[in-house]
Ligand binder design. Structure first.
Ligand code: FES
Length: 200
């Protein structure tokens, strides 16, 4: 082989090595680009993590009968202050309710009582009908939905009715009481939705 041919062959080998390197770099970048969405899906985003966090609400100025809504895990949760009269009516036996003693675990153990709550006056409920998930309306005033209506919640999608503890009436499309989420009071005025009391 002449000197010129040898030089030309060396240049070809260098070029081939360079092209192989370049191809492997592009290959690695391409694989990373394809894999990144899958890798990212394995780890919850900061927004998703924040959405699962407990939500605080100051209930010190919540008036009797007032309803407020907080969003927890992307779902609306009602916070309602009930009057002493409503609390008294909830304590009486009611044969029209499907699960008056909350035997079906639609609430934490600490809310399995006649008012389905920690504090009798403060009701905390997930705002989703247990039939197909529509948002019921809060109808606290007696006789406004029908004669003898004692006040409660009404789901207009298919007509389910609930009392002011979220207990479903017999014969309704909704199979169970409305859900009580985990919650506690951090102090006398601060409700924390989404976390159980520390003593539970
Ligand atoms: S979704 Fe409420 S009654 Fe059907």
């Amino acid at each position: 082989m002449s000197e010129q041919e040898e030089a030309s062959s060396a240049v070809d080998l260098d070029r081939r090595a360079f092209l192989v390197k370049l191809a492997s770099i592009f290959g690695a970048v391409g694989v990373a680009g394809v894999a990144w969405p899958f890798v990212r899906a394995l780890f919850p985003s900061a927004v998703a993590r924040a959405a699962g966090k407990p939500v605080k609400l100051n209930v010190s100025d919540l008036k009797f009968g007032e309803q407020r809504t907080v969003i927890w895990r992307g779902r609306p949760v009602w916070v309602i202050r009930r009057t002493p009269n409503v609390i008294q009516s909830l304590l009486k036996p009611n044969g029209h309710l499907s699960d008056p003693n909350s035997k079906i675990p639609q609430q934490p153990a600490y809310a399995r009582n006649a008012t389905r709550s920690i504090r009798p006056d403060i009701l905390v409920l997930v705002a989703a009908c247990t039939h197909l998930g529509c948002v019921p309306t809060y109808r606290p005033d007696p006789n406004t939905l029908e004669p003898d209506w004692p006040g409660g919640f009404f789901c207009s999608c298919h007509g389910s009715k609930f009392d002011l503890a979220g207990r479903v009436y017999k014969g309704m499309p909704a199979p169970t009481n409305l859900e009580v989420p985990p919650y506690h009071f951090a102090d006398a005025q601060t409700l924390v939705v989404g976390a159980n009391p520390e003593t539970v």
